[in-house]
Each structure stands twice: as C-alpha cells, then as structure tokens.
Design a protein around this ligand. Structure first.
Ligand code: DDH
Length: 304
C-alpha cells in the first residue's frame, strides 16, 4: 500500500508488470494502451456522455431502475464491458488488478489511463501529460451505450463519424491511428489477425512508412473477415492492415498527415502525445488548477 496520491509508486509497479514472457509478443504494453483508448473513446461531445471517467468497462450488465414500478432490473444489452469491441481487454484489466489491490486508493479510471501513459513511454514512445482525479462512479445518465467504438471493416466516413463525435480533427485522427505501431490483432477477439509492424512492442512511426511503401493485398481469413496483408519471406509472419488503416492513405485529407508522420518521427511523437493526452481528458471537467470539479480530488500527477 502506498500513500494516497503517490502516482510515482503506482507507475513504478506498472513498469514491473509490462514484461509478460508468456503473453503475446512478451509485453502487456499494447493491450494496456488499447484499454485506455477504449475506456476514453466512448466519449460523445454533444451529449457529454462516455469517456474514461467511471471505468464502466468493468461491468457486463447494468442495473436500470424502472421509475414507474420502482423495480431494478438488469440490462444485458447496455454495459460497456459486454461491448464486443472490448473483447480481449479483460487481459489488460487482469494485468492491472494486483496494482489496484496494492494501491487501493487509486480509481480504476485513473489506473487504466496512467497504465497506458507509462506503457507508451516504456515502449519508447513520447511522454504524455496525465492528470489524476477520475472517479469510478458516475451518474448513470453519463454512461455510454454500446457501439461507440470504431469498426475496422469500414472506411473514411465511419472513421470521421466516430472521431468527430469525440471532437477530434483529421490530423488528430491520423496521429492517434499511429497507436497501431503497437500490438496485434487476434482472431478470437476482433476477428482480424496479425501484427501491423514487425516489432510491435516498440513505439515508432513504422506504421505510416509501411502503409505507403508496401503493397497490401486483400485477404479473406478462414472466418470470412477481410483484411489486407503484406507477405515477405524475410519476416516471421505476414503483416496486416485493417480496411480503416488503409483508408487513411486513400483519403485526400488524411493522406498528407500519413506522409508527414512517415517522414518525421519527431512530429508524429509530438502530435500523438497531444492527441492521446486529449483523449484521456475527454469528458473531464477541471478547474484552473487541474482539479476535477465536484470530486474528492487526489492531488499530484505523473511526469517522468
Ligand atoms: Fe486499434 N484496434 N483501432 N486503436 N488498437 C486493434 C488493436 C489495437 C481499430 C481497431 C482495432 C485505435 C484506432 C482503431 C490499439 C490502439 C488504438 C484491433 C485488434 C482492432 C480490430 C484487436 C484484437 O483483435 O486484439 C480501429 C477500427 C480504429 C480506428 O481508428 C478506426 C486508436 C485511436 C488507438 C489508440 O490507442 C489511440 C492498440 C494499442 C491495439 C493493439 C492491442 C493488442 O492487444 O495488441
């Protein structure tokens, strides 16, 4: 148990669980980044619902009060944890559970977002500004419905529909998509299969480079799902891209940013850090001192 607000102690313990020799490519990092993204990426700016506050993905069912009868009933179709887009993220939550047990004062919502920031830095990525204060309990009216996360089988219109809802620009969309420098797709989770880049546990701009330089061929997997692949005998396994990934190079507003990030890793890191920091703050109202309004604020931050 650490002192309440000692985020450096939590970060030190997150670093210790990143190396997972038995899991995927030996790192928990990529799936931790995805956990934070999916917890925050449900945000809708217009209705101010969703976002990382509340850590709603812990629940597969939610209780709804029928105000006319005064009876609570469970709604199997609502809670975020059961959204099929979140399949596989239980691995990330299980990796973090011992840390939550040890530092029980930290909220899940803070822990999940902090874990991504620590993992990105440890995998060679940029430092992302992170502030604490998220709570695990939010008003039911703030909970997001399922289906707010992107579908990899779609194209540019769908990408814009999802990310404009959160308040991102085309440039920020392309920068955030660079998270696909990390990790891999799992057929038993999303239906897609394979890594985007050869070394998916180091954060880099390889994703943009190979998106434009390599020739991608459409492939139908045994489950009927279509994706794009690049086969090279020098590689241990074929690389993969989602239809949404390759939509970035075909779209006239997205494509110039793909080119810029392929050519300039520093620019990509700078833009990614800003956009990812913004993602983690969606729906969180802070005062001028960075404290979340109407909450028992935990002071501090994580900077190193
Ligand atoms: Fe992603 N992502 N993502 N993604 N994502 C998958 C894996 C990972 C889409 C679909 C998929 C972002 C944007 C999009 C990461 C981070 C981010 C998988 C594979 C699919 C499918 C899941 C599986 O089978 O395990 C789509 C579609 C989009 C879109 O923009 C249209 C963004 C914005 C991020 C981010 O972090 C900012 C990471 C990391 C992974 C690797 C996870 C792992 O387990 O490895």
């Amino acid at each position: 148990m650490s002192k309440s607000g000692d985020f450096e102690a939590v970060a030190a313990d997150i670093k210790k669980i990143l190396h997972q020799p038995e899991y995927d490519d030996g790192s928990a990092g990529p799936v931790l980044v995805r956990l934070a993204w999916h917890s925050a990426g449900t945000y809708c700016a217009e209705t101010d619902t969703g976002g990382s506050n509340g850590a709603g993905m812990r629940y597969e069912v939610c209780a709804i009060l029928d105000t006319q009868c005064g009876i609570w009933f469970t709604n199997l179709l609502q809670a975020e944890g059961g959204d099929e887009a979140n399949a596989g993220l239980q691995h990330a939550r299980v990796f973090l559970e011992p840390i939550k047990e040890k530092h029980s004062w930290i909220s899940y919502a803070d822990l999940w977002t902090l874990a991504a920031v620590v993992a990105l830095k440890e995998m060679g990525g940029p430092q992302i500004k992170w502030l604490p204060g998220r709570t695990d309990y939010v008003d039911d009216s703030k909970l997001p419905p399922r289906g707010r996360l992107p579908d990899g089988a779609q194209g540019a219109d769908h990408i814009r529909f999802i990310f404009y809802r959160m308040g991102f620009t085309d440039q920020e969309i392309v920068a955030l998509s660079g998270a696909h420098n990390l990790g891999r797709m799992h057929m038993d989770r999303s239906g897609f299969h394979g890594p985007w880049v050869p070394n998916g546990t180091r954060f880099n701009n390889t994703y943009y480079k190979i998106m434009t330089d390599f020739e991608w061929k459409e492939k139908t997997l045994e489950n009927g799902v279509k994706q794009f692949v690049y086969i090279d005998e020098d590689l241990d396994e074929e690389l993969a891209m989602l239809p949404t990934d390759l939509a970035l190079v075909k779209d006239e507003s997205f494509a110039p940013w793909v080119k810029k990030y392929a050519e300039d890793k520093g620019l990509f890191f700078d833009h990614f850090a800003k956009a990812f920091g913004k993602l983690l703050e969606l729906g969180i109202q802070r005062d001028a001192n960075g404290n979340i309004k109407n909450s028992d604020n935990v002071k501090g931050g994580y900077h190193s």
